[in-house]
Design a binder for this molecule. Structure first.
Ligand code: FA5
Length: 342
């Protein structure tokens, strides 16, 4: 048996050294390591070996198996590398003067609106922050004055991950991190994708964009908030639009407001895009609740601030006259490319 094992090893080495292409390795694997292969046959014979030799022969067969596997792997890697290099080196001739066949890409309407807003806010001294789409209960709710079992959680049907984390339901989830990172004074905007388990219709998606903004400094009041909101809207629409400010409840602001704009699809008459109300909820906002400032490590005796959570997807609908929010996520390039004015 010992001699047989050695012969098999020699036979394998000889066959492997003759292999020229990676595709041939499989045949060798089957011949030697397959269910009915040479090594399996050797294992069957092991039962006939006298007991005192079994251990030694068994060990030899195991070593042979390891040798075969390792050698095949090394050979495969060597052959694949050579084959890839040969492919790269293969000279292909092509005509450099031919026009490109690919169609030029275009920006998504949300990207266009987001960039426009970023320009407006950076010109007013805000800086842009980035924030991850996966967050946790503390950042998304608790640090925003929404403790566990608070009814306000029902307004945002949340996707939880098996890790215990969650997909952020609103960009406000970044407020605490930003306060801790920069302290006060601070002016920041943070656009991002949000996720809610929503019943989808012409103005609700389960995946949509918001742009959060916050400003914290000494002596900040509601008039500052209204000034920034007005400036932002007049810059984006570049024409007169009707807005209304009404009280709105969010546990993380006090007082809180809902800033609606008159629907630009139906000019206020009512249509599916505005749920037939003539108005579209666009930008809730308010003065940051002192508890939220405290969670963020801000001195509430010295500083106050405002925050807003602009519905970026809905803003893009209004700006470009897109009647149905589902267009944004459908991936219909023909529909999405028509708004490009780069
Ligand atoms: C919030 O998400 C608050 N975090 C906003 C906020 C920030 C308030 C800071 C106060 C201070 P709300 O759930 O209303 O609020 O969403 C904000 C905006 O996001 C809405 O006005 C709307 O324009 C947009 N929005 C909300 N849900 C959807 C949805 N399912 N599809 C598309 N847009 C949505």
């Amino acid at each position: 048996m010992i001699a047989k094992t050695q012969q098999l090893k020699a036979a394998f080495d000889e066959k492997l050294s003759a292999v020229q292409a990676s595709a041939e390795i499989d045949a060798i694997r089957i011949e030697f390591m397959g269910k009915k292969g040479a090594v399996a046959a050797l294992m069957t014979e092991l039962k006939n070996v006298p007991n005192e030799q079994k251990k030694e022969v068994g060990q030899l067969i195991n070593e042979l198996k390891q040798h075969i596997e390792a050698s095949m792997q090394a050979k495969l890697a060597e052959l694949k590398k050579a084959e890839e290099e040969a492919l790269i080196n293969a000279t292909e001739s092509y005509d450099e003067s031919l026009p490109m066949l690919t169609q030029e890409g275009s920006y998504h309407p949300i990207t266009l609106v987001q960039r426009e807003l970023e320009d407006i806010f950076t010109s007013m001294g805000f800086h842009i922050e980035d924030y991850s789409e996966i967050t946790d209960d503390f950042n998304c709710f608790e640090a925003l004055n929404i403790p566990k079992h608070h009814p306000a959680r029902d307004m945002q049907d949340t996707y939880y991950l098996s890790s215990g984390q969650l997909l952020k339901t609103h960009t406000s989830a970044a407020q605490n991190t930003i306060m801790k990172k920069y302290g006060a004074p601070v002016r920041a905007i943070f656009p991002g994708r949000c996720f809610r388990n929503e019943k989808i219709d012409a103005c609700h998606e389960n995946t949509f964009f918001q742009m959060e903004g916050l400003m914290i400094d000494e002596g900040i009041s509601i008039s500052n908030l209204i000034y920034f909101m007005k400036t932002m809207l007049s810059e984006v629409f570049k024409r007169d639009i009707k807005v209304r400010l009404r009280p709105g409840f969010f546990p993380f602001v006090e007082p809180g407001f809902e800033l609606d704009i008159q629907c630009l699809i139906c000019n206020g008459d009512g249509c599916p895009s505005c749920k037939n109300s003539g108005w579209l909820e666009l930008c809730p906002c308010g003065m940051i609740h002192p508890n939220v400032l405290k969670y963020g490590g801000i001195d509430t005796e010295k500083y106050t601030g405002f925050a807003f959570g602009l519905g970026l997807t809905r803003l893009a609908m209004m700006k470009y006259g897109i009647k149905d929010i589902r267009v944004f996520n459908e991936g219909n390039l023909k529909a999405l490319s028509q708004f490009n004015d780069k």
